[in-house]
Design a binder for this molecule. Sequence first.
Ligand code: NIG
Ligand code: FE
Length: 420
Amino acid sequence: MIERTIFIENAEQLITLKGLSGKPATFEKMSSLSVIESGAILIENGIIVDVGTTEDLRHKYSSKIEEAECIDASGKIVLPGFVDPHTHIVYKGSRENEFNMRLNGATYMEIMNAGGGIHSTTSKTREATEEELFTESMNRLNKFLLHGVTTIEAKSGYGMDWDTEYKQLKVAKRLNEEHPIDVVSTFMGAHAVPKEYKEKPDVYVELVINEMLPKVAAEKLAEFNDVFCERGVFTPEQTRLILEAGKKYGLIAKIHADEIEPYEGAELAAEVGAISADHLLKASENGIKAMAEKGVVGVLLPGTAFFLMTEAANGRKMIDLGLPVAISTDCNPGSSPTVSTHLIMNLACLHMGLTPAEVITAATINAAHAINRANEVGSLEVGKKADILIANVPNYMQLQYHFGMNHTDTVIKAGEIVVQ
Ligand code: NIG
Ligand code: FE
């Protein structure tokens, strides 16, 4: 954080998302963006000091503004920096060969069960040095920043042995320290059953529970504990054991749930009190209702469905059932190699039935709720971190209307201009 005063003024729309930090937004609250026309925002030393109309703030702070660095946002909108609550950015290599196999008819699970998929990235990640992993992941973060993302979650899970999981978590920690984007860590030792344990998956579950989780907790390497609960990967019972064990160490539960087949992952998320359940393409209505009742955030990943050529999760129905919904890139080398929150927003409208206003909430404050950061980011309110995106469109609907375009104009992270 630096000592500096910044005044942004004349925004066509200043999207504050005021009043949604207490709990995740549901139903019509997902459309309550609290837009200020001709908006302005005053930032001091990395923190939002005031938000209002340009006229009011110019009047109230005239002498401060004389000294401040002023940014004219005429013709543009100002909104919270995007929060991406589900990524696998710390990995080595790429999987375009599998992309080609899928174009020729192979499915994602067939490729994985034949030893490719997550296993292929795991081999490369195991071989990589910490420095190589750091450099590759740093490059990805740079691209995220250019798309207006200011906070990101990053999972381990391409090690599935302690040394590599540890290496990934250390890289995530360093990225958080050295890159402007805040990186929030999730341990995902249970991303797949590693090849060495193919015939004895329960032994691997025990390894995660008895050896990996205690080490993650002892070094405070992660805040969340995630499991890929899917037929052929981890069963709901194994998932429950891993998540309950994590909770004893203070790790908050997350689940990759009901992505490929219905498997009662949504129900399990509600039962274990997960902060989020992610994917949910095949989640049951009862599961969604149970999540809604417990306030579990549904993190939807429209880019993954798009890239795997499957029907996207029914986000419209989920919101209508009362589920708080967030969206994310799911950036990873197999099922969603993208850094574009902008494209994800387009897809959330076009393939999931969300409205442009709901999409903004899903990519900001609800995404912050999904990673326990809603008290500091995800909305533009007094006292919050000045994580701000200025987008080169005159209204927020144009963000979703143009597709495949990056509308980022300026990014401010903790009060510092990091993209201009
Ligand atoms: O969220 N579904 C499981 N995990 C990732 C994909 C990981 C990979 O294919 O490398 C996901 O889509
Ligand atoms: Fe994922």
